[in-house]
Design a binder for this molecule. Structure first.
Ligand code: HSE
Length: 420
């Protein structure tokens, strides 16, 4: 019972009558594991429910559902696998653990025929897991574009709207309580990658190996990138992108220029949103609070109820439905995108010709160019919007540009998404 456990306890207690009316039965809490018996958690917990030994929960034969909200690695995995072996249904929000050990957890879940539910792992209170797994069961999921990390979205929003620096905006986000214990995971794309892996695994029926996912964070996004992007009519968002084509999938997380007219461009602050495209349903959009005690509790309680229902009738859906239609992830080098490129160059004759020559020789097209006016001989930004090219074409172009004498700093490249 940390922050999320306290929220689940609070709302299970406050909405007890509503749940009883809806479900036709009452759930009771058997035991609660805590690290510190004396800590005030803002909820009134009967002291006899508390233990400092989480293994006691596994050994209690009357407990049918274990809710794992420890957010640890080794201990959480031991608790989850131990619960499955003892035929106790698991509810967890542990996204990092699922991303890294989802395959192992579900192999055990299938071997023991025990469900594992994890609605809180992605999108906080947004019911994206149940939607992809159940509501969209009729669909091949063609794509998902998600803003799935509230902290980085908050930072980018504050940089865009208030002109804050990166560090100042991060400090504000941390003060609001959304950042991970290790804030590096929020800004380096790691947290969004965990969520992308979970969504991709649900959508495509196999646990995507983390090493197949391309991940880039927002640490190097500068105020000038945000400003230039706006001049071209784009906003910068950290997107988790999933796409499928003929059995092959793309899973990637990176800062992305998106047209300011797209609905995801208006998702600001700590809010999360996912645009899902299925071959039957078409396009749909999810929006809400992706973190925080209350929103997360809403997702956890929905899983507890699903677990309670599963106790009453055995089911094939154990929380993850594997299938064999997909299975390979496209390497990042082969992934095609459009790009924003910002070079820092000498303002003198022939510079644009050299840069354009490199791109032309690699068969990479330029769709737009912007260079703010400066005095001759000064160092200026040269910003190029690039037509569709593979990542490997762009890597080759960047290496050649960096070697030019007129290019003064490492070029900055940001992918562009048009959702078409
Ligand atoms: N640190 C995460 C975020 C919390 O900022 O979205 C929710 O997983």
């Amino acid at each position: 019972m940390g922050n999320f456990g306290a929220g689940v306890f609070k709302h299970l207690t406050q909405n007890r009558a509503l749940l009883r009316e809806r479900l036709g039965y009452e759930m009771s809490i058997g035991k609660i594991a805590v690290r510190d018996l004396g800590r005030d958690r803002g909820v009134d917990v009967p002291p006899q429910l508390l233990t400092t030994n989480w293994r006691e929960l596994l050994d209690d034969s009357s407990t049918q559902i274990i809710v794992e909200l420890m957010g640890q690695k080794e201990e959480s995995l031991e608790l989850i696998l131990g619960a499955i072996e003892r035929k106790k249904i698991v509810v967890t929000g542990n996204k990092a653990l699922l991303a890294e050990h989802g395959k192992e957890i579900f192999e055990s879940a299938f071997a023991h025929k025990v469900p594992v539910f994890f609605e809180a792992a992605v999108g906080g209170g947004i019911p994206i897991i149940k939607s992809i797994r159940e509501a969209f069961i009729a669909n091949h999921i063609q794509s998902v574009h998600g803003i799935v990390n509230g902290t980085s979205n908050y930072i980018l929003t504050r940089m865009t709207e208030a002109g804050l620096g990166f560090k100042e905006a991060l400090a504000e986000a941390q003060a609001a309580g959304y950042a991970e214990a290790d804030p590096a995971l929020d800004v380096n794309g790691g947290d969004a990658a965990h969520k992308a892996i979970i969504l991709a695994s649900l959508a495509y029926g196999f646990w995507v190996p983390p090493e197949k996912v391309f991940v880039e964070g927002i640490e190097n996004i500068s105020a000038s990138d945000i400003c230039f992007a706006r001049q071209f009519g784009y906003r910068i968002k950290l997107l988790a992108i999933l796409k499928a084509n003929e059995g092959e999938i793309e899973v990637r997380v990176h800062p992305t220029l998106i047209p300011e007219s797209h609905v995801l461009a208006s998702v600001n602050g700590v809010f999360n949103a996912m645009a899902v495209k299925g071959d039957v349903v078409g396009e749909s959009l999810f929006y809400g609070r992706g973190a925080g005690q209350d929103a997360t509790s809403s997702a956890v309680i929905s899983d507890i109820v699903e677990a309670a229902d599963a106790l009453q009738s055995p089911r094939r859906n154990l929380g993850f439905m594997p299938h064999g239609l997909y299975g390979t992830c496209k390497p990042i080098d082969q992934i095609v995108s459009e790009y924003y490129l910002r070079l820092t160059v000498d303002d003198r004759p022939g510079v644009i010709a050299q840069v354009a020559g490199i791109l032309g020789a690699l068969n990479i097209g330029i769709s737009s160019i912007l260079q703010p006016e400066a005095a001759e001989g000064e160092i200026v930004s040269l910003v190029l919007m690039i037509h569709r090219a593979t990542n490997s074409q762009m890597t080759a172009a960047l290496a050649q540009m960096e070697a030019l004498e007129c290019v003064k700093k490492q070029p900055r490249m940001i992918r562009v998404e048009h959702f078409s």
